[in-house]
Design a protein around this ligand. Structure first.
Ligand SMILES: [Zn+2]
Length: 581
């Protein structure tokens, strides 16, 4: 852990705070720490003056150290990630959410805020890849965390990021030389703490959850609902407790512990609340029985669990006198959908196994001809070139890919749930009678299955990826997202993308899911709020322009007045903010 020291912050008696009024040009305002009246000293002998000045400097230094909100020209930022919370749930229901309302609007209803209702997450809209992308500001293709689970064509291993130590994302980011928000902040002399987050390289204080936490949460879930799945009444309240006061042995990393020791708080404080996602997968039985909508379920959770936790965070920050300096970023990294149709996850194994050798107890991944990944709204099939038997060689279009596509499309259940099927291209590597210039083809599969199904008609059915945009409300975003998802080593050859609400699933009792290419999953939000906003911006704004979760890193850098790193995929939504209506 980097030693926390005030020396890394600039300590000057006169400090600068950037004021960026929403309706006027940027201006710098200076705050002076009161200086004693110099006339008092004008009659003193010269020799004393040096001593007095040194004394004054010390006083200023001490005052500066004990008044960090004056010293540091940027606010303290609390990021609360409501994992899996759909866009609009908070905004549309503020009257039922008194603590959210107090945090956003302030006691007089006039507190400045900026709300971004059109933030879109990266593809796929699943926990592990979205957080890796959001806290680094680059697409999955660069983080290397390309999905929840994937096959690596070079190591022949199936990869997931879940592990007891929760360090796999961090290690992958390091090996790909991708930095997190917390590393950028640290390099600029700012401190940070994180609670529950798995992409936390560079954070000075890290509170992880560990097996004990999830064991307790799941055991409680089993006792209450008969399913070994984390209980909502445990997960988020315990996480907020850890954030504020620590788990048993982590008091010194919690806000209370840090404040107790340093009389100030980290510049960035992050807490990830996973409960909304868990509850959306498995809501209470009463919701399941009535077939409730996902919005109803999430509102109930927000009202009964999240809103009281916001109240606790506000009360804690007030109790140590830090609330007024704080800017909150409320956000989520994916939405959720009610499952309309469960397709048994083993269906593709059943379909392909008569013709392709699949991994089994007797067959290693390397020896197999095809590897199928666990699916959700999409399903990925990796194909080996059966001639060269090398996984890094592109499979042959007519000999390896087309037969698999034929088998898949012969299945009526798969067809009934299928929206789009995309086929991987290998520009410059494969020359099977058709030019490959892009990352993917979109296959016109409906005309194909009604036609001759020969090689020529297969090749004719492969169209530029952009032609699939019309099949999705967020067409352009989906096309870009797919193009920026995989690396060459991790890319599948066939990807099935289902209709809305149709999910490949092992557990037929699962109620909600995510990971799809539809707005319910992809559309999330940022909210900049809290009493510290008054020192930065004027007015209450709803920003209509489209943003990305990749914009979080540049946005936080802007708020902290530190340089925005070069080469990010995200852009700063606060740049040029003065032109807002
Ligand atoms: Zn989930």
């Amino acid at each position: 852990m980097r030693t926390y020291s005030h020396q890394k912050h600039s300590v000057h008696p006169i400090n600068t705070l950037l004021i960026r009024p929403a309706d006027g040009p940027s201006q710098k305002m200076k705050f002076h720490i009161a200086q004693p009246d110099k006339s008092l000293f004008s009659t003193l002998p010269l020799i004393w003056i040096g001593t007095v000045l040194r004394f004054l400097f010390c006083i200023c230094l001490i005052a500066a150290i004990f008044n960090p909100e004056i010293v540091f020209g940027s606010p303290k930022i609390v990021i609360i990630e409501f994992h899996g919370l759909k866009q609009g749930i908070i905004y549309k229901n503020l009257e039922q959410l008194p603590n959210f309302k107090a945090l956003i609007y302030g006691s007089d209803g006039q507190q400045p805020f900026i709300y971004y209702p059109n933030v879109f997450t990266t593809i796929p809209a699943a926990s592990v890849p979205t957080i890796a992308a959001m806290y680094t500001g680059v697409y999955s293709q660069r983080t290397g965390v390309v999905s929840t689970i994937w096959f690596d064509r070079t190591t022949h291993k199936v990869q997931t990021m879940i592990s007891y130590s929760q360090q796999r994302i961090n290690k992958l980011l390091q090996s790909n030389n991708i930095k997190t928000l917390f590393e950028y902040a640290g390099a600029a002399g700012k401190s940070s703490m994180t609670t529950m987050l798995m992409a936390n390289n560079g954070s000075d204080w890290k509170i992880n959850s560990g097996g004990f936490f999830w064991g307790n949460a799941s055991a409680l879930g089993f006792l209450k609902h008969g399913r070994f799945f984390p209980e909502k009444a445990y997960t988020d309240p315990k996480t907020v407790s850890a954030f504020l006061k620590g788990h048993v042995f982590s008091y010194h990393k919690s806000l209370a512990g840090i404040y107790h020791r340093y009389q100030t708080l980290p510049d960035i404080m992050l807490v990830q609340l996973l409960g909304t996602d868990l509850y959306s997968h498995y809501p209470d039985a009463s919701f399941v029985e009535t077939g409730a909508k996902m919005d109803q379920i999430q509102l109930y959770y927000t009202r009964t669990v999240l809103d009281p936790q916001i109240g606790r965070i506000i009360r804690f920050l007030k109790s140590i006198g830090q609330y007024d300096q704080t800017v909150f970023i409320l956000l989520s990294q994916q939405g959720a959908l009610k499952i309309r149709k469960h397709i048994p996850d083993h269906i593709l194994t059943d379909i392909l196994s008569p013709v392709y050798t699949l991994p089994s107890e007797k067959t290693s991944n390397r020896e197999a001809d095809a590897v199928i990944m666990l699916g959700a709204c999409t399903k990925e099939v990796y194909l080996k070139n059966r001639e060269t038997k090398n996984w890094m060689d592109p499979p042959r279009l007519l000999e390896d890919v087309q037969p698999a596509v034929d088998l898949i499309l012969n299945n009526t259940s798969v067809r009934a749930s299928l929206n789009t099927l995309v086929i991987r291209q290998y520009p410059g590597e494969r020359h099977n009678g058709i030019n490959e210039n892009e990352q993917w083809w979109s296959m016109e599969w409906q005309p194909y299955i009604e036609g001759k199904r020969d090689g020529a008609s297969f090749l004719r059915s492969l169209r530029p990826l952009k032609s699939m945009a019309r099949r999705f409300e967020l067409g352009e975003l989906v096309v870009t997202g797919l193009n920026r998802q995989y690396t060459r080593e991790t890319v599948p050859d066939i990807k099935l993308i289902n209709k809305k609400g149709h999910y490949f699933e092992r557990d037929m009792s699962k109620y909600g899911h995510h990971g799809s290419f539809y707005p319910e999953d992809l559309r999330v939000f940022f909210w900049l709020a809290g009493p510290g906003m008054g020192k930065l911006y004027k007015g209450q704004h709803i920003q209509g322009a489209t943003q990305s979760t990749l914009d979080l890193v540049p946005m936080v850098c802007h708020l902290l007045d530190i340089p925005i790193p070069d080469g990010l995929d995200g852009t700063d939504p606060l740049k040029g903010y003065n032109n807002l209506n």
